[in-house]
Design a protein around this ligand. Structure first.
Ligand code: GTP
Length: 340
């Protein structure tokens, strides 16, 4: 089996962090987001991953070329981003008779094997993973029969109708025949173009609702990024956390992960819900909580970082407070202003 990962979007909601990197390489608890998707495929015995790349493709290609993914990984590039369905058509040569397609901006514990089995049992051309979330208004909704047959797609509704409370979780099993429906070289969306077209033609499109609790979260915006960080740190997924440095002279308030190469000053407090990346420096008495501090960033003595994302190499001066909802781009600098 092959798993196609859609990783070519611009990630506009995660700007400024995605000005300098593709969303798929955003570090999430000190691992690139893409790692979680490759790991999911690998665990379910998918031997080949195909990455549909466009925006900032060079960085993803370099990540793949660095090896150590435990499976075959190839990249297929779009000269111009072709949308979520155009990207699938563009990768046609790499895809077999039946394949998985996953949006590249999410972390999930979806049982791909069970979904494939359900897809085959129903004789579906497309099976879409669906789930319930607390606030479905920001997502595409799926209205379906009790047996799973999809009746309608409703994109982002302020007031979701009661019979369409499940969202499209951005994970599909597809039959190759579906590619015939996508025009070559055109910008086409799965959600707006392909799936509605399949429904109009009466093609068997089914929803797959995994039983029980299962972790799923998207990392589309900074707010969701921090919520995802929190859920990973709380151990709500099956993904193991990377090793954390043991505190010496500073305090780690669990859950938190501090990379072994970070330098933490005396009496600093890290956590709860904090991640400190490789090569970071956190000064004496600083506090970092509910926040992610990316590789090479510096937090000055007695500074406070709370509810924020601090980009790679950013520098926060001594005594500065960086509050809730702040997103600092890579290499940015914030210093306390001191009049002489
Ligand atoms: P926003 O601009 O913040 O909405 O993010 P996005 O560009 O990633 O768009 P969206 O969240 O709708 O995309 C869902 C998934 O599809 C993401 O993993 C994107 O990387 C991917 N994607 C979106 N558009 C394209 C495209 O044109 N080509 C490819 N290869 N992937 C795409």
């Amino acid at each position: 089996m092959t798993g196609l990962l859609l990783v070519g979007g611009k990630g506009t909601r995660l700007r400024p962090l995605t000005y300098t990197r593709p969303k798929a390489l955003v570090p999430l608890v000190n691992r690139p987001l893409l790692w979680y998707l490759l790991e999911l495929l690998r665990r379910h015995g998918v031997g080949q991953a195909v990455l549909a790349v466009a925006h900032e493709h060079e960085q993803i290609e370099a990540y793949v070329a660095s090896g150590g993914k435990g499976m075959g990984v190839t990249c297929v590039r779009e000269e111009e981003a072709l949308g979520t369905a155009g990207a699938i058509k563009n990768a046609a040569e790499q895809l077999g008779a039946t394949f998985f397609v996953l949006n590249g901006d999410q972390v999930m514990d979806l049982d791909l094997g069970a979904m494939l089995e359900a897809h085959r049992k129903k004789g579906a051309v497309v099976t879409i993973a669906v789930r319930r979330v607390a606030d479905p208004s920001q997502y595409g909704l799926v209205r379906r029969e009790p047996d799973g047959r999809v009746l309608e797609f409703l994109e982002k509704q302020e007031q979701p109708p009661p019979d369409a409370s499940e969202i499209n979780a951005g994970a599909y099993v597809m039959e190759r025949a579906v590619l015939e429906e996508i025009p070559a070289g055109e910008v086409w969306s799965s959600e707006y173009d392909l799936f509605p077209r399949l429904l109009r033609s009466g093609a068997p499109v089914y929803a797959y609702a995994q039983q029980g609790e299962w972790a799923w979260f998207d990392v589309g915006s900074a707010e969701r990024y921090l919520a995802a960080t929190r859920q990973l740190l709380e151990g709500r997924t099956s993904f193991e956390l990377p090793e954390s440095q043991a505190p010496r002279g500073w305090e780690l308030r669990a859950p938190a992960v501090v990379d072994g190469s970070a330098e933490i000053g005396p009496d600093a407090e890290i956590g709860p819900y904090a991640v400190v990346g490789p090569g970071c420096r956190v000064g004496a008495g600083a506090k970092v909580f509910e926040a992610a501090v990316w590789e090479g960033a510096q937090v000055g003595a007695k500074a406070v970082v709370r509810g924020a994302v601090v980009g790679c190499g950013a520098r926060i001066g001594a005594d500065v407070t960086v509050g809730e909802g702040t997103v600092l781009s890579d290499l940015s600098r914030i210093e306390a202003w001191k009049d002489d």
